[in-house]
Design a protein. Structure first.
Length: 587
């Protein structure tokens, strides 16, 4: 049996590698495991209840959860096998956004994880005509609990009807509508079919050296994002047991507790881990500190497949034994594979983590491509640092005359929900316009160079690719976030959010007194950042160099509306908030 619909993955797992701990969630400090068998039973209970509630194939149901948890997967399976459409939403968006999306998608029911999310939905419930009820995972006063559906479905199991509806679901049918995070405007509902997602799971699975039934994975990236969701289906298909992190704040604790072999991550998280571990070198002194930085320097020179030679391999073995193994131990000790996506990964991170035995494989894709287009693979020469790997099976890429990456394959979306004109704008025949600029080298590795929409010209007519410059500058320990500006101006400049933790420690060591409000005017800090910028500027042409910058006194966060839930810059919002700083730069 080869899966062709989302719920087929669960059936495949039951028959080929059943597990007693396929999904694991911590409740009140204790891990509770769900077996493959009970996973399927509970999905049937949900399906039965939804059928009884009048849910029809094609009806839209929203799921919003602050953390990844088993309930999400059970609801997802229960929906998919009766032909209902899962509309997963981020827990961090505003009530206003929920109002737009729930009305636009015409959701009939909504599942929420906790009180905070419930209150945002309850505030706009009466303004969503289609919304009949809200169900919660946690116990919330005056809100129906999802267990009521489990219990009702158990007492009124309609297995024959479920099997009939499963047989009616075709691979090309709509499975989910995923609303993009909206960096530039109103969110668009990306329609993905069962086949879109299933084809991606099957094609990417052969790029990972999974060991069925022997490995565990930690899941913490938002499950409402297609990246983590497809990875979860892949775990199910390949017999990998999943542990859901309690929160982003407990990732370190959960890694040490679970000791997983696999996890997914976004570059920003890996940057934070790197910076935190690297900063420990400052706490050392004498020979220990020299050894620490020597080992890091060795790791930063890492090239796969022994390309550095035998002497380097010997040095790396020593560096691992003395220093780098402790990095791995801090992340549980067993971690061997980190799949990175959602944003460009700095090559230094790929080198350091892989040198320490935690292989980072970077991939590339978009929500509209389900998501994966290309993926690195440690085996058989399939990894090239600085690229996003080779195209996955069944996917074709064409580079347009202006450098834009066009993609064709079974992974390309059905279109944007209720947005035929916007769908036509991004399609050339069967090819989807990704909006990214890239090249494919002679060995077939894809390299992303920038976002087409983010590129701009200076007043001198020179093109600036901001993401490339930003990625380079973020290697400075002083810089947490950076946005390059200068469209129509005489030079490139930047707005920078400092790494406040690093800055605090640095100032303490230098005996510098500062207040948060004055951080943008601290001459010692500005000079230190300027020194780092000057160093990294050397990699760019004269017109690309950052000539001036201004610091922001507060962090850029998802909650403040300056970052998307996947930690991408909301450039329009940042420009608006810090317009006065941009004016100051160019005045």
């Amino acid at each position: 049996m080869i899966p062709s619909r989302l719920f087929d993955f669960l059936e495949y797992a039951k028959k080929n590698h059943p597990s007693d701990i396929v999904l694991n969630t911590k409740y009140n400090g204790k891990w509770e495991s769900l077996s493959t068998h009970n996973y399927a039973i509970k999905a049937n209970y949900i399906s039965s209840s939804l059928i009884n509630m009048g849910v029809q194939p094609g009806d839209k149901i929203a799921i919003i959860s602050s953390t990844n948890r088993s309930e999400w997967s059970i609801i997802d399976m229960g929906l998919s096998q009766i032909g209902a459409i899962n509309v997963p939403l981020y827990p961090t968006i505003s009530s206003k956004d929920y109002l737009y999306i729930l009305n636009h998608s015409e959701c009939k029911y909504c599942f929420v994880s906790d009180l905070e999310v419930y209150e945002k939905i309850f505030a706009i419930k009466d303004q969503v005509i289609s919304l009949k009820n809200i169900y919660s995972f946690d116990n919330i006063n005056n809100c129906d609990n999802w267990l009521e559906l489990i219990n009702y479905g158990k007492e009124n199991l309609k297995i024959n009807l479920i099997e009939k509806q499963k047989s009616d679901v075709k691979p090309g049918d709509l499975a989910t509508i995923i609303y993009t995070s909206g960096t530039t405007g109103t969110p668009k509902g990306v329609m993905l079919s069962h086949n879109n997602i299933v084809s991606n799971v099957l094609s990417t699975s052969n790029r990972f050296p999974f060991e069925t039934g022997k490995e565990a994975a930690l899941s913490f990236l938002p499950i409402c994002h297609v990246f983590e969701r497809v990875v979860l289906y892949s775990y199910l298909y390949n017999g990998i047991n999943v542990y859901f992190a309690e929160s982003l704040e407990t990732i370190s604790e959960n890694l040490k507790e679970i000791k997983p072999q696999i996890m997914t991550a976004v570059p920003r998280l890996l940057e934070k881990v790197y910076d935190k571990i690297y900063s420990k070198g400052d706490e050392l002194d004498g020979l220990k500190q020299k050894l620490f930085y020597w080992a890091v320097d060795i790791a930063l020179k890492y090239e796969p497949y022994g390309k550095n030679g035998k002497l380097y391999s010997l040095k790396l073995a020593i560096a691992n034994k003395l220093i780098l193994s402790k990095w791995k131990e801090a992340l549980g000790g067993n971690l061997k594979l980190i799949a990175s996506g959602s944003a460009p990964l700095q090559p230094r991170l790929a080198r350091v983590f892989t040198a320490a035995g935690m292989n980072i494989v970077e991939g590339y894709g978009l929500t509209e491509t389900s998501p994966c287009i290309s993926l690195n693979d440690m085996r058989d020469g399939g990894l090239r640092i600085g690229t996003v790997g080779k195209l996955i099976d069944g996917v074709e890429v064409r580079i347009a005359e202006d450098g834009e990456i066009l993609c064709k394959g079974p992974n390309v979306m059905l279109g944007y929900y209720k947005e035929d004109e916007k769908t036509k704008e991004v399609m050339s025949g069967d090819f989807f316009h990704t909006g990214d600029i890239g090249i494919i080298d002679s060995d077939g590795f894809l390299k992303i160079t920038d976002r087409k929409k983010e590129m701009f010209k200076t007043s001198g007519g020179k093109y600036i690719a901001p993401a490339v410059i930003e990625g380079e500058m973020k290697q400075s320990s002083f810089i947490e976030q950076i946005m390059v500006v200068g469209e129509g101006e005489r030079m490139a400049a930047a707005i920078i959010q400092p790494n406040f933790d690093f800055v605090d420690n640095w100032m303490k060591e230098k005996n510098i007194v500062k207040s948060t409000d004055e951080i943008g005017n601290n001459i010692d800090l500005i000079n230190a950042i300027q020194k780092d910028i000057d160093f990294h500027n050397e990699k760019f042409g004269q017109w690309e160099k950052i000539k001036k910058f201004e610091l922001t006194p507060e962090a850029w966060t998802v909650e403040s509306g300056l970052l998307t839930p996947t930690m991408k810059l909301k450039r329009k919002a940042i420009k608006s908030k810090y317009f006065h700083l941009i004016q100051k730069i160019y005045s």
